[in-house]
Design a protein around this ligand. Sequence first.
Ligand SMILES: CCCCCCCCCCCC(=O)SCCNC(=O)CCNC(=O)[C@H](O)C(C)(C)COP(=O)(O)OP(=O)(O)OC[C@H]1O[C@@H](n2cnc3c(N)ncnc32)[C@H](O)[C@@H]1OP(=O)(O)O
Length: 231
Amino acid sequence: MLRSCAALLRTPGAPRGRPGAPRRSFSSEKVVQKDCALPNPSWSKDLRLLFDQFMKKCEDGSWKRLPSYKQFFSKTFQGFQTLYLDPSLVKGEEHAQLFTRSFEDGLGFEYVMFYNDAEKRVLCFLQVGPHLQGAPGFVHGGAIATMMDSTTGTCACRAGGIAMTANLNINFKRPIPLCSVVVIDSQLDKVEGRKLFVSCNVRSVDEKTLHSEASALFIKLDPDKSLRKKR
Ligand SMILES: CCCCCCCCCCCC(=O)SCCNC(=O)CCNC(=O)[C@H](O)C(C)(C)COP(=O)(O)OP(=O)(O)OC[C@H]1O[C@@H](n2cnc3c(N)ncnc32)[C@H](O)[C@@H]1OP(=O)(O)O
């Protein structure tokens, strides 16, 4: 059964702890991570419809659903750390969680992204939960910026390799009502050396409202240079 936004807010005694965090099977010590980019009971009809529609488009291979986890698998993290970071800069790794996946189901960001390699494009279907409020009844601008950064960042990394945001320029045009579903459409516009230029817009599901637009610059990380602490 789908739970509405209001129902979520009324839910008493929501489970404590770290929902969706890796579960350890003590018999095998194997870490099982929940894929957060799959439907859960908090997803609205709109989000489910978009998900189903694009899962169909994945059948011919043109689109690919991107799985999403609260924590990076240790291999990914260690690879990033070894190549790019001074280990002394990395603290609290054991408690680290992806920001956008650190809310209880339905309260924060509920989303799934799909990637089209031929078009170098990422679509993010996003349901904005009640704990993302900024102005009364509307989503906080920082929450919108977060998801624009994540979507354009995913587009940049998929198309060009590991990169970090150097610049994100947003125009907020119409506020996004809390608990609504929006579509973030991003694409790689240009590559110049290590620079990846990506743009995106946020629209309502019926495409009638343009909520926000952004252009972003990502810099592909250079292993020879690395992000080591500058002295
Ligand atoms: C793991 C998988 C996850 C995959 C999942 C990903 C999804 C999540 C995405 C979230 C992404 C983030 O939030 S990232 C977090 C927020 N971002 C950061 O913290 C990044 C902080 N900034 C940095 O560390 C650095 O500035 C870098 C890495 C961006 C760039 O440093 P660098 O590698 O030393 O490059 P640098 O030589 O300075 O610049 C290279 C070229 O880019 C130009 N350039 C550099 N910055 C800018 C700028 N702001 N505006 C214009 N141009 C710029 C330079 O002029 C130069 O041009 P020319 O002389 O060559 O012409």
